[in-house]
Design a protein around this ligand. Structure first.
Ligand SMILES: [Ca+2]
Ligand SMILES: [Ca+2]
Ligand SMILES: [Ca+2]
Ligand SMILES: [Ca+2]
Length: 292
């Protein structure tokens, strides 16, 4: 039986589009439901005895809060991270009630290991990354109230929050490597400016001269000039090194991602427009892309 996405008959770009749509569906499923119910990672040696479950017993999730229906109703953000060379050994989920819960893969399901204190508002975004390059993954958490927190996953302690700096409200952030030092950089849209913080000292390195608003932001070399750009939902394409505007247009859309749809080596901007329709842009030629 032929399908609409038959690789034997469809043009290459259409095949790429189908692959992208499949990837988006899978990605959204992962974002909306527990990693415990997606393809599990290679399990570590199951040497840990869990109370109430002898080895060889039924393989059931041990964290009821991670059931898909529960996740959709109560959780807003998820990040998986690696420890001890075990991929996705841990997941951090952020709740609508303002907590982050960290669970560990036990070989048959995820078990709760620790949680944060009350963060004051629903969790909007979590990224897991070793921002200070000390060998320990850090959790960078943003709430819908604009508060930002960094937790060390080894000590499980808060190491930074934005009220300790001279900006108050963060609407979106990214983590990337923008300079030669080993620490990563945090790129924030805070108090209507773009700021770059050093990931080790968590201090401001530079900020934009212009004001911007962004609820969604992505970073990548979108025009093949070997320099990274920041792309904001509000329609700005900005040089990530200088934070100067390269060009601007109308609002792009929400839930931005970069993906090389047509396999020409330059990523397209893929986003959701009003009404939930998929929209794509060739940012290198500054045009919306027609794909259907
Ligand atoms: Ca670290
Ligand atoms: Ca750096
Ligand atoms: Ca570029
Ligand atoms: Ca492309």
């Amino acid at each position: 039986m032929k399908t609409a996405c038959s690789a034997q008959t469809a043009p290459r770009a259409t095949v790429r589009t189908c692959l992208l749509l499949s990837a988006l569906v899978v990605g959204m499923s992962v974002a909306c439901f527990s990693p415990a119910f997606s393809a599990p990672p290679p399990p570590p040696p199951d040497t840990t005895a869990v109370a109430g479950r002898p080895h060889g017993g039924p393989r059931e999730p041990v964290c009821p809060a991670l059931e898909p229906a529960m996740f959709a109703a109560h959780y807003r953000a998820v990040a998986a991270f690696t420890a001890d060379s075990v991929p996705r050994q841990y997941v951090a989920v952020g709740s609508a009630r303002g907590y982050v819960y960290v669970s560990r893969w036990m070989g048959f399901g995820y078990a709760s290991t620790w949680s944060t204190f009350y963060l004051g508002a629903p969790v909007k975004k979590i990224l897991a990354d070793d921002i200070d390059a000390n060998g320990v993954v850090d959790l960078v958490v943003l709430t819908s109230a604009g508060r930002m927190f960094v937790f060390d996953t080894s000590t499980r302690q808060l190491v930074w929050e934005n009220t300790s700096n001279d900006f108050e409200s963060v609407s979106e952030f990214l983590i990337d490597q923008l300079d030669p030092d080993r620490a990563r950089e945090l790129i924030l849209c805070a108090d209507s400016r773009l700021l770059v913080l050093d990931g080790e000292r968590l201090q401001r390195e530079y900020q934009s001269a212009d004001e911007f608003r962004a609820e969604y932001m992505v970073i990548g070399d979108v025009d093949d000039d070997d320099e990274k750009e920041l792309v904001l939902d509000s329609g700005f394409v900005i040089n990530a090194r200088t934070l100067n505007i390269e060009w601007q247009t109308d609002f792009f859309g929400t839930r931005l991602t970069l993906f090389d749809v047509d396999d020409d080596g330059v990523p397209e901007l893929v986003c959701e427009s009003t009404g939930g329709a998929l929209r794509m842009y060739d940012l290198d030629i500054r045009q919306e892309k027609t794909v259907f």
